[in-house]
Design a binder for this molecule. Structure first.
Ligand code: C2E
Ligand code: MG
Ligand code: MG
Length: 874
């Protein structure tokens, strides 16, 4: 409540209380109400107006009506004062009657607005209040005034005597309706108090009129009560709750305790009022008592009947709800137990024991004992909350089922010992087996390879972690064996993925049987497996033997249906102690290096890790391994560098240069993989692909272009090389004379005669032979004579020796002269600067290639450069 309200209430109360108490305040010698009284009335009116303005009720009309009541009655007071004489009916009554009409209309309007949806039964309480007020008015005002006035009072006098108390009774009835419908409302209470004061004032006035003395205490009492009525109406208007008096209530009915209290007070009021009237010396009539009782008692009975019906209905409703919840509990998959403080079962839901797998009646037993061996978790949890009211705890426990399966329950215990309706520890039990099994399955799947069911890399790491911890504690040793199937891609491609999967499953199974059950076999992915073996003590030889047994298990032929599939395996071995590998990562890395080494060394073998297998070797080995499938995975590409006629500037040929679109390392230049391919043997596959692709593309290029392809030394040692080239020329229809094969001098090392024979055969096909990087090797002029050489490619290092001033060394001149002597086409490689280009032109070098002319570019770009439409095969 705002401070302003308290002050206003204080001022109003002080003014009213001071009126009878402060000497002279009630001095009426100058008028009916005295100056003090006028101040009091005007202050009430001011507070009333302030209240309406400040609280802003949505509907103002009823408040305007109430304000009119106040103003008219205050005017009535003024007229009464001014008149001097006081007949039964004076002009002042005109104001009072008009005010009464305005006041009643205002209260009716409030009723109409507030009680839109309110329950009708509040009429009973309002009726009782009005009846008691009416009985009091009759006994203390009307009957007394009529008796005292006697026949002289006349009909008009009697009407006046009846009218004012009646207005108060009706007003009280209307205020009671506001009060008993809807929630507690201070403004309505204050209004009720105001009209009780009004009624009392009527009584006091009746007395003083009969006594006929203005100086009588009755006069002061009547005035004080009237002023109190004004002040209380003002106070009601000032209170914020006045707003809801003109707004519809939410229809909440009056509390039962109020209804009973009102009925009791109404019953008691009859004898009390009659006794009081008797004490005051009023003549009492039996009929009055009878009529009073006959009107009030039925209302009280009606209320009691009403309450009885309500109690019965509420009881029924509660029973139905209890039944409803009991059904829910019975049908629910959850169960509950209610335990006493000692954990003894006092109550439980019907399916509760079934959930625990118990069939006997367990009432009166310890729940923890019923749960069995696993009850100790629950016992600890219950002990934890036993003394803590309102606390909850949740435990999960496994329960062995009768069929040997394990069921999981989740028990949530809540201490409700303090709750008057429960007075126990409530344990809600929920079967979480499904959730548990699902979680276990998810966990299993996340740690196992779905194809073979073997642990995956994550689980292997976890086990390695544990094994290494044990090694630190007990000093035993750990061997890690990585095993990769060598030709699994071929199996997949030739037999299909289903058969491929069968092979992997079979190998997995064999590996598991090749090691002790305490060891771990895991699938690392693709065709790679790992074995984690714990041994007391191991030397290199023993570890290799272990690995060898694993390799043999993987490699013995696999029967699939009617087929026998042979796979070979490369195996790498690492030993924690010997290789000084103390972490999981160390061990994994070195075992991987050893496996890569096994693959690089030609596969199908066991390789023990050596510290010399450093990272670069590892990369080398990885590349070697990946290169094997690069052709199949279509990762290779060709770039073309144009060869120019240095005198005309026209493009006369293209050199095809291989590139590898590595899936993780990006576009690799040939120096990164051609030597590896040569070492590992995959150069045959790579070289054949390059040849085929070049021939296909060349067939679609300009007829006059010479297409150069680099041929690795090892390709020349391939007995099938001539047949391959012939086949490709036939297949693509490429004119053989448009193809040139570039060989470095190193191609001629080794079996020289064989090389010469092959080159002659190739030359006979019509294909041109070029000596690449001429001048850096050991090729002698004698070689050039014996070889069917057509083209001499002068190595870039000679070209780079040409100075900025264009000085050409004697060596370069000699090489160019040699070409001319032997009638060979000379191509200068690696021309990077204009002086180099100019010098070569001056020296009569026929052709050249180099960055200053054009770099090696993609097939698409070279077509753009040549103006050739894209090949349909591209
Ligand atoms: P190469 O046969 O001597 O090829 C010429 C190399 O010199 C190309 O390098 C080319 O891009 C580069 N080059 C061209 N002009 C210039 C220049 O002005 N300055 C410099 N610094 N370099 C220039 P690329 O493509 O990296 O090839 C390197 C080598 O790899 C080739 O030398 C060749 O021996 C080999 N190679 C390329 N493709 C194949 C292939 O398909 N099979 C075989 N066996 N070897 C290949
Ligand atoms: Mg070349
Ligand atoms: Mg070269």
């Amino acid at each position: 409540m705002p401070i302003g309200n308290r002050t206003a209430y204080g001022v109003l109360a002080a003014l009213v209380i001071a009126y009878p108490l402060v000497p002279g305040a009630a001095d009426r010698t100058t008028g009916a109400l005295s100056h003090w009284g006028t101040v009091c009335a005007v202050a009430s009116l001011a507070v009333f107006v302030f209240g309406v303005v400040r609280n802003r009720p949505a509907s103002r009309t009823p408040w305007v009506g109430l304000g009119a009541f106040l103003v008219l009655w205050m005017l009535g007071d003024l007229a009464y004062d001014l008149a001097g004489t006081h007949p039964v009916l004076s002009p002042a009554d005109g104001f009072y009657v008009a005010g009464a009409v305005a006041g009643i209309a205002a209260l009716l309007a409030m009723n109409q607005r507030r009680l839109v949806d309110a329950p009708r039964d509040a009429l009973i309480e309002s009726g009782m209040v009005a009846l008691i007020a009416a009985i009091a008015a009759w006994l203390f005002i009307v009957e007394y005034a009529i008796d005292a006035g006697g026949p002289a009072l006349g009909a008009l006098g009697r009407s006046v005597v009846v009218f004012y108390p009646l207005v108060n009774v009706v007003a009280l009835f209307l205020v009671a309706r506001l009060l008993f419908s809807g929630g507690r409302n201070i403004a309505a209470l204050l209004l009720g108090a105001a009209f009780i004061c009004g009624l009392a004032a009527d009584g006091a006035y009746a007395y003083f009129q009969q006594m006929g003395s203005f100086s009588d205490a009755n006069v002061v009492a009547a005035d004080t009560l009237w002023l109190a009525m004004y002040a209380l109406i003002a106070a009601a208007t000032l209170h914020p709750s006045m707003v809801s008096l003109t707004e519809p209530t939410r229809g909440s009915s009056t509390r039962t305790s109020w209804q009973l209290a009102t009925a009791g007070i109404a019953l008691l009021a009859i004898p009390t009022l009659f006794a009081a009237a008797g004490l005051l010396g009023h003549t009492l009539h039996t009929i009055e008592f009878f009529l009073a009782s006959a009107t009030v008692i039925p209302l009280v009975l009606w209320r009691l009947l009403h309450l009885h019906r309500w109690v019965t209905a509420t009881h029924d409703q509660l029973e139905r709800r209890e039944h409803y919840f009991r059904q829910l509990a019975q049908q629910s998959s959850d169960s509950y137990f209610v335990l006493d403080e000692q954990g003894i079962i006092r109550d439980m839901s019907p399916g509760a024991t079934r959930m625990l797998g118990v069939h006997d009646d367990v009432h009166g037993q310890q729940l923890t004992a019923v749960v069995g061996d696993d009850g100790e978790h629950l016992a600890t949890a219950l002990a934890g909350i036993r003394t803590l009211a309102g606390m909850s705890t949740t435990v999960e426990a496994p329960l062995p089922g009768s069929d040997g399966s394990i069921r999981w329950i989740e028990a949530r215990a809540t201490n409700m010992l303090d709750d008057a309706t429960v007075r126990g520890i409530v344990v809600n039990v929920h079967d979480i087996s499904l959730r548990k099994h699902a979680l276990a399955e998810v966990e299993r799947q996340s740690l196992h390879d779905p194809l073979t069911g073997l642990p995956n890399r994550a689980l292997l790491r976890d086990r390695m972690e544990r094994v290494l911890v044990r090694r630190r504690q007990h000093g035993n040793d750990v061997v890690v064996v990585f095993c990769g199937l060598d030709n699994f891609m071929d199996v997949n491609e030739s037999l299909g993925h289903d058969r491929g999967d069968d092979v992997l499953r079979t190998v997995a199974d064999r590996l598991v049987h090749a090691v002790a059950s305490s060891d771990t076999i895991a699938r690392l992915g693709g065709d790679e497996f790992a074995a984690l073996i714990e041994v007391d003590d191991v030397n290199d030889q023993q570890a290799i033997e272990l690995a060898e047994s694993i390799r043999q298990a993987a490699t013995s032929p696999i029967r699939l249906g009617g087929l026998s599939v042979a796979v070979t395996a490369s195996v790498g071995v690492a030993i924690a102690s010997a290789d000084d590998a103390n972490t999981v990562d160390d061990l994994l890395r070195i075992a991987d290096s050893a496996l890569a080494a096994a693959k690089a060394r030609g596969r199908d073998q066991v390789v023990r890790y050596q510290p010399s297998m450093r990272q670069s070797d590892v990369v080398h080995m990885e590349l070697a391994d990946e290169l094997r499938s690069a052709v199949a995975r279509n990762e290779l590409a060709l770039h073309y560098q144009p060869i120019f006629d240095l005198s005309t500037g026209a493009i006369v040929g293209l050199e095809a240069l291989a590139r590898w679109n590595h899936p993780t390392r990006g576009l690799l230049p040939p120096r990164r993989f051609i030597p590896i391919a040569e070492q590992s043997g995959s150069i045959i596959d790579v070289g054949t692909w390059v040849l085929r692709r070049t021939c296909e593309a060349a067939a679609t290029f300009d007829d006059n272009l010479l297409i150069s392809v680099n041929l690795a030394p090892r390709q020349l040692r391939d007995p099938d090389i001539v047949a391959t080239i012939r086949g490709l020329l036939d297949a693509t229809g490429l004119e053989p004379s448009r193809l040139a094969l570039e060989l470095t001098e190193s191609a001629l090392i080794g079996n020289f005669d064989e090389a010469v024979t092959r080159l002659r055969a190739i030359s006979r096909l019509g294909v041109k032979i070029a000596i690449d990087d001429f001048g850096v090797g050991f090729a002698s002029i004698d070689y050039l004579r014996r070889f069917p050489t057509d083209i001499l490619k002068i190595d870039a290092s000679y070209v780079s020796s040409i100075t900025e001033a264009g000085d050409v060394s004697a060596l370069v001149r000699g090489l160019l002269g040699l070409g001319r002597t032997l009638d060979l086409i000379t191509i200068a490689e690696g021309i990077e600067t204009s002086p180099q280009l100019a010098a070569l032109q001056r020296e009569g070098c026929a052709y050249g290639q180099g960055f200053i002319l054009e770099r090696a570019v993609s097939e698409h770009q070279i077509r753009e450069l040549l103006g050739t439409p894209p090949s349909p095969t591209v």
